[in-house]
Each structure stands twice: as structure tokens, then as C-alpha cells.
Design a protein around this ligand. Structure first.
Ligand code: PLP
Length: 353
């Protein structure tokens, strides 16, 4: 049998994952045979998970963070809703979220049997505050906002949404799965420091440059995390708040290592480089007459004729589209100006051909 070629990133413009930092890679291989799901047995990796949580707390403005390193943003979002549901004990619970919310919310609503109320976004792709206010009621257990949307890289008005959630007696969750490692270097109001939000998803395996799987789930209050805990009779530790049982020690160790190495200067540098790349690509697309969406974070969306999109894919570019059909280019740490130049040169060829 032939060995498959390793993943290369030269032409990957659609992914929210990236090449891990060398320190993250090295830590992952050292902890590959550990299970943070059983912290009393695997104590070294459990200590690294505490380190990872402290870093995540520092990055998001939370002095005493509760939570854990999850398998990714999907698990973190499911667990945030599960915690809210268990905490509220409502007989007919609903969650209110903007239409820009990641599809993991659909999975969460399905597995948890919670009604998902999707509300429209405004003309700039952010949650429409009035529509959220209309949608909440006495059975709302959680309002969600996104800080760095998957399709357009937008940041919802988190303080206003938090006020609506709390007025309705609901918890406020922020999905910063992708944006969490770059937003600290912007003026956006997105974190625990900007509003009394209750929980957050922030993924080291995206902009945090850890290996997959490493997601992050944070809570302000311990009692909300405790609503997730179940007894674990056969393990050395006695209760577990995670969704999965056995977890990846490689993911946890790599998250701690990446943050130790990169927070804050490395992440700032990466943000500045990629924001400049995104703004440059946007200008180049506009100069060519494409209808493009101005990037607020390092993600560019633009309308491209189907034939051009398909031809670029045929040339090996890994690109994807938004639900409304725009090309999206995510400027992750592996994306260089050189690769964007090569992409534009191919675009020029396919559009003139
Ligand atoms: N939330 C947001 C905003 C995302 O962009 C993504 C994935 O891109 C997720 C959640 C899901 O993360 P994962 O694929 O790690 O489960």
C-alpha cells in the first residue's frame, strides 16, 4: 500500500485550521499516549490543561476561568448549550442565535432537544439586535453571539446581546472559535472584559496554532460548568464535565505549548500580517471589478462567477463559498502574500480565458 502524501498548505485558502507551531507539534508527540479525561491518572497532561485554561482566561479577560480543552468548536458550542439547559431546568427551552451562527448550533439543538431560534443579521452581516430582542422570551436559556463569523469574519454586538440575554434571565454565549486569538489585537468588544458574558468558545486548533483536536470552552461561573458534571465511578477522578470521555492529550499539550510560545507577541504579529494580507487581497479584487466584502478580520469574501470558481478549484486551489455563494478566503497563518499573488494570477488567467 502507498503512503498518502502529507497535507501541504500552499493552496489552502478555505480552512480555519492551519499548520501547527513547531512547539505545538513537539508537545503533541510527547503527550500522544495520555488521556486528560482521566486527570487523576494522567497528572502531567492535566497540569498542562490547567496552564492552557489560564492562558485562555488571560486572552479573553477572565481572571478565574472554568472549562476545559474540548475536541473543537462544535463540542464547545454543544456543551455551552447543554450547560445552559441543565442549569435552567426549563421544560421548553430555546436558544436565540443570529443566522451567521456556525452549523454546530443545529447539531446542538438536535442532540439536546432544544428549540433553535435563528434571527436575521443586519446589512453588515452582524446579529440584528432588535430581532434578537423580539425572539427572546421566558423560555430562552441562552443567547449566542459570534465573534468572528465563519463566513464573513464579523463580530456581533456582544455587549448589547448580553444585556438582552440577562434581561430575559438567559445566559450569554460568545462563539469566538475562530476569532478568539486575533480579536485581542483589535478594538472589538467581544470578550469577558467587555461584557458580563457567561461562556465562550475559543479554539486553539484554529488561529491558536495548536494541533487538531484542541478546542476551548470557558465559563465565568463554576456552578454553570457543574451543571455538566456526571459521576465517573471507574476512573481515579470522580466526576467529568466533558462531552467525550477519553480525550486527546496531544491536543491539550499542544494548546498549552502554542500559547506559551505565541501569546501575546506571536499572535499579534500573525494577526497584523494576515490582516494586511486580507486588506491587500480585498483591494486587488475590487481593482479587478469584483464585488468584495471589506475584511474586518483576516477573511475576504467576494462574488465570483461559477465558472471562475470551478476553474480555480481545478487548478488545485482549496476554496469554498458562503451560503449566499461568495468565494471566501481565510487568511490563516500558512497563507503568504506570495500564495495570494499566485492565486490572483490564476484568477486573471481563468477570467480572461
Ligand atoms: N464556531 C465557529 C465560529 C467556526 O468557524 C467553527 C468552524 O469553523 C466552529 C464553531 C466549529 O469548530 P470545529 O470545526 O472545530 O468543531
Amino acid at each position: 500500500m502507498q503512503r498518502a502524501a502529507p497535507q501541504t498548505f500552499d493552496r489552502v485558502l478555505s480552512s480555519m485550521c492551519t499548520q501547527p507551531h513547531p512547539a505545538a507539534r513537539e508537545a503533541a508527540s510527547r503527550f500522544i499516549a495520555t488521556n486528560p479525561g482521566d486527570p487523576a491518572t494522567y497528572q502531567a497532561v492535566a497540569a498542562l490543561e490547567e496552564d492552557a485554561l489560564s492562558y485562555l482566561g488571560e486572552i479573553t479577560g477572565l481572571a478565574t476561568p472554568h472549562g476545559y480543552v474540548a475536541s473543537g468548536g462544535t463540542e464547545a458550542n454543544i456543551q455551552a448549550i447543554r450547560a445552559a439547559r441543565n442549569h435552567a431546568r426549563d421544560d421548553d427551552p430555546n436558544v436565540v442565535a443570529p443566522e451567521s451562527v456556525h452549523f454546530s448550533f443545529q447539531k446542538a439543538a438536535d442532540v439536546l432537544d432544544v428549540e433553535l431560534r435563528i434571527v436575521p443579521v443586519d446589512a453588515d452581516y452582524r446579529a440584528n439586535v432588535a430581532a434578537v430582542r423580539e425572539a427572546v422570551d421566558d423560555h430562552t436559556i441562552l443567547v449566542a453571539g459570534v465573534a468572528g463569523t465563519t463566513e464573513f469574519g464579523r463580530v456581533d454586538p456582544i455587549p448589547a446581546l448580553t444585556e438582552i440575554a440577562h434581561d430575559a434571565g438567559a445566559l450569554m454565549h460568545v462563539d469566538a472559535a475562530w476569532g478568539g486569538f486575533i480579536l485581542p489585537f483589535t478594538d472589538h468588544e467581544w470578550s469577558f472584559a467587555h461584557a458580563p458574558i457567561d461562556s465562550m468558545t475559543i479554539d486553539p486548533h484554529k488561529y491558536g496554532q495548536a494541533v487538531v483536536p484542541a478546542g476551548g470552552l470557558l465559563f465565568r461561573d463554576k456552578e454553570v460548568v457543574d451543571a455538566l458534571a456526571v459521576d465517573t465511578p471507574y476512573l481515579e477522578s470522580t466526576s467529568q464535565a466533558t462531552l467525550t470521555g477519553t480525550r486527546s492529550g496531544a491536543g491539550v499539550a499542544s494548546a498549552a505549548a502554542a500559547m506559551r510560545e505565541l501569546w501575546p507577541h506571536g499572535y499579534r504579529e500573525e494577526y497584523e500580517t494576515q490582516q494586511a494580507n486580507a486588506e491587500w487581497l480585498y483591494q486587488e479584487l475590487v481593482a479587478r471589478g469584483y464585488d468584495a466584502v471589506e475584511p474586518e478580520l483576516p477573511l475576504v469574501a467576494a462574488r465570483l462567477p461559477d465558472a471562475e470558481f470551478e476553474s480555480l478549484r481545478d487548478l488545485g486551489w482549496r476554496i469554498s463559498r458562503t451560503a449566499s455563494g461568495e468565494l471566501r478566503v481565510v487568511c490563516m497563518p500558512h497563507v503568504s502574500r506570495e500564495s495570494l499573488r499566485a492565486f490572483l494570477s490564476d484568477l486573471d488567467d481563468v477570467s480572461s480565458g
